[in-house]
Design a binder for this molecule. Structure first.
Ligand SMILES: Nc1ncnc2c1ncn2[C@@H]1O[C@H](COP(=O)(O)OP(=O)(O)OP(=O)(O)O)[C@@H](O)[C@H]1O
Ligand SMILES: [Mg+2]
Length: 207
């Protein structure tokens, strides 16, 4: 699958400021005349958004196994890549995606799925279309959860205990350390403008 634009993914736990950063990046790209497509995972296409609903809000009293959940997420990801991400990149758009495969790595691993299984799926589904750059928003869980709570809303992941969110944070830090070429960790506790400026510097450094 060919590409001309840059593929940038934004990762991090709940309430780390991903959506806020993406809004800032979109404005910056548009104001500086760089074509940009903003999307999210799971989701981004009608079918993938339907799968998102099943993953994040399963019917009451039901849970997916880690394997089933990973298969749903990767089915959604394939649809997203085929119909939205790859065509946009090939058409010269920069693509900014709110969460991508690193979230699957972190959350499904915590759910008990072997890393080797996730990497097999990733090779099959994402293959060569790996992100060019991944920005990982990081900060103390208590501080960031308090910020998110103030905003409201809830899903199955947010309802998990504090220790789970600490494991999520560590999972993203471990991934970033394992892929220093692709991943850049950003201090999410900074004011919005400083987070945006760190992100823009990382994007510039990577191009
Ligand atoms: N740098 C910042 N400083 C202070 N507050 C922030 C900052 N970034 C985001 N916020 C606030 O923190 C809350 C969570 O931010 P945001 O929704 O962007 O996070 P998120 O990572 O997208 O969350 P989710 O995982 O729920 O999608 C919001 O109320 C937002 O306004
Ligand atoms: Mg968000």
């Amino acid at each position: 699958m060919s590409r001309r634009g840059r593929f940038i993914t934004i990762e991090g736990g709940e309430g780390t400021g991903k959506s806020t950063l993406i809004a800032g990046l979109e404005t910056h790209f548009l104001e500086s005349g760089q074509p940009v497509t903003v999307t999210r995972e799971p989701g981004g296409t009608p079918l993938a958004e339907t799968l998102r609903g099943l993953v994040l809000s399963p019917p009451s009293d039901t849970r997916w196994s880690a394997m089933s959940e990973a298969l749903l997420v990767y089915a959604a990801r394939r649809d997203h890549l085929e119909k939205l991400i790859q065509p946009a990149l090939a058409g010269g758009q920069n693509v900014i995606c709110d969460r991508f495969a690193d979230s699957t790595r972190v959350y499904q691993r915590l759910g008990g799925l072997a890393p080797a299984v996730i990497e097999m799926l990733d090779d099959l589904v994402v293959g060569e279309l790996q992100p060019d750059l991944t920005l990982v928003l990081d900060g103390p869980v208590e501080e960031l959860m308090a910020r998110r709570k103030a905003r409201g809303g809830s899903d199955v992941f947010e309802a998990m205990p504090l220790d789970f969110h600490k494991d999520v944070r560590q999972g993203f830090l471990d991934l970033a350390a394992a892929h220093p070429d692709r991943c850049k960790v950003i201090d999410a506790t900074q004011p919005e403008a400083a987070v945006l400026s760190d992100a823009l510097k990382a994007i510039e450094d990577a191009s």
